[in-house]
Ligand binder design. Structure first.
Ligand SMILES: Cc1ncc(COP(=O)(O)O)c(C=O)c1O
Length: 474
């Protein structure tokens, strides 16, 4: 007897995505369905999120301080979002949920309110969002660990050897790497941190969209996430965690809404969450994020994760068979990970590869160093001398091409057909190279189709072409 397979939750009506069938032009003529393999940078909106936002717009008004009926409705929706986020990560009853712009904002907020003298411990392979904010208060970067076991050992030894003083300690690390997808064993890390008097902050930008999070069970003290990676690209994120540090001292941002009373001489700050939400909040963004959290919870994050893991296994097998495919990882191949793969195709520059995939095959991936320069230098085996040379040249104002890689990432709605499209395209590129001409553009120093006959879509808003590849993200 054959077992009936449960229908896939990916691609189900509940998890439908806006723009899933968008067609894009190819340089060689015609169009094809856009193959989105760039979820890790930013994910499309859930239709449920889009519909809720549209509905709320008719009721949109200022929150908290308005007596008008629309203000009451908007305030209820805003506070409902806070509750949805709290549930999504299974925070402790007393944890605060602060609405921010994104993960970067959340971690900077945390860095801005840490108690005086906090020792921060961080591994060097983090995304810049969880690497740089700590620099202004002093941080100890630990070397990128070869295995999870080594990571736990090093963490334990480092925390044990910290000077015995009453100053607090904070361990700040990622839930899932945006370069390797490897998931960090958060419950074990929290155990080690707590046993040695430290608190744990988790950068969940890449974890939250792809795997269940349980702050209460795992002992995560603080957690940061971004709505635009969680199928709610409306400009909000969140910082969730213990109240005491967030509710002491001056807030990170000062201004209206964060106070109880102000005189020219004195300011009485409000309690959380208002204390850390100065200025008019992004009501639409918060509600979008809340609806995404509720929708994903209804779908079941265990199931979302299991289906993505199965698709990732398929992708690893298919792509490994492509001649010249080189995949990067730090930890053993069998270590659990979220659905992304960072790779190079031997014999072709990573930015040219990304340009060819987009222009000739309609496939969107990410390329570069993924805002994780120290980790990428290690994975690409860039020597210390070469890293120093790159630093010196860049400091001197010379335009240096950095080493880099390509990254494909999966999400809701990703399918075997998407993976096949990438594997077939890579095979064709490995065999025959590009079918179009490309040149390094002056503004970006990166490969672009030359000429590029693809028209931008005729949308109703003003559009100004911007050199892509400008700056770096994700
Ligand atoms: C692991 C990780 N942390 C932090 C961030 C920063 O997220 P945001 O740009 O939404 O602030 C990213 C973005 O790619 C990320 O991948």
């Amino acid at each position: 007897m054959t077992a009936t397979r449960e229908p896939s939750i990916h691609g189900s009506d509940l998890l439908r995505l806006v723009g899933a069938d968008t067609k894009v032009p190819l340089v060689t003529g015609g169009t094809r369905r856009y193959v989105n393999l760039d979820y890790a940078a930013s994910a499309p909106a859930l239709e449920a999120v889009h519909d809720a936002v549209e509905e709320l717009l008719g009721w949109y008004s200022s929150v908290h301080r308005g007596a008008g009926f629309k203000s009451r409705a908007s305030t209820a929706a805003y506070e409902g979002a806070r509750e949805a986020i709290h549930r999504f990560v299974n925070a402790r009853d007393d944890d605060a949920v602060i609405i921010t712009r994104n993960t970067t904002d959340s971690i900077n907020l945390m860095a801005g309110v840490l108690p005086e003298g906090t020792h921060v411990i961080c591994f060097a392979g983090e995304h810049h969002a969880n690497l740089l904010p700590w620099k202004r208060i002093g941080v100890r970067y630990l070397p990128i660990p070869e295995t999870p076991e080594e990571m736990l050992d090093v963490l334990e030894t480092t925390l044990r050897d910290l000077p015995h003083c009453p100053d607090p300690h904070l361990v700040a690390l990622t839930g899932a790497s945006n370069v390797t997808g490897e998931m960090w064993p958060l419950a074990d890390i929290a155990r080690v941190a707590h046993a040695n008097g430290a608190r744990l902050l988790v950068d969940a930008a890449q974890l939250a969209p792809h795997a269940p999070i349980d702050m209460a069970r795992d002992g995560i003290d603080y957690l940061a996430l971004s709505g635009h990676k969680l199928y709610a690209p409306y400009g909000a994120g969140a910082l969730i965690g213990e109240r005491d540090w967030l509710n002491a001292g001056d807030p990170f941002l000062r201004g209206g809404g964060a106070v109880k009373l102000v005189t020219v001489d004195e300011t009485l700050w409000a309690e959380l969450p208002d204390r850390q939400e100065a200025g008019s909040p992004n009501v639409i963004g918060a509600v979008a994020l809340g609806v995404a959290c509720d929708t994903l919870r209804e779908a079941g994050m265990e199931r979302v994760h299991a289906e993505e893991a199965a698709l990732l296994t398929y992708a690893r097998e298919r792509l490994a068979a492509v001649e010249g495919f080189e995949h990067y990882r730090i930890w053993p191949a069998e270590h659990p990970r979220v659905g992304l793969l960072t790779f190079n195709l031997r014999g072709i520059q990573y930015d040219l590869l990304a340009a060819v995939l987009s222009a000739e095959y309609g496939i969107g991936i990410r390329h570069g160093c993924f805002c994780a320069h120290p980790l990428m230098m290690r994975l690409l085996r860039v020597s210390d001398e070469e890293a120093t040379r790159l630093l010196d040249e860049t400091r001197a104002g010379h335009h240096e091409r950095l080493p880099g890689a390509a990254r494909m990432s999966l999400g809701l709605g990703s399918s075997r057909a998407d993976v096949d499209a990438l594997a077939d395209a890579l095979t064709a590129i490995a065999e025959h190279g590009p079918r179009w001409t490309y040149a390094v553009a002056d503004e970006t120093d990166e490969y672009e189709p030359n000429p590029d006959p693809r028209p931008l879509p005729a949308l109703r808003m003003r559009m100004v072409e911007h050199p892509h590849g400008h700056g770096e993200s994700a």
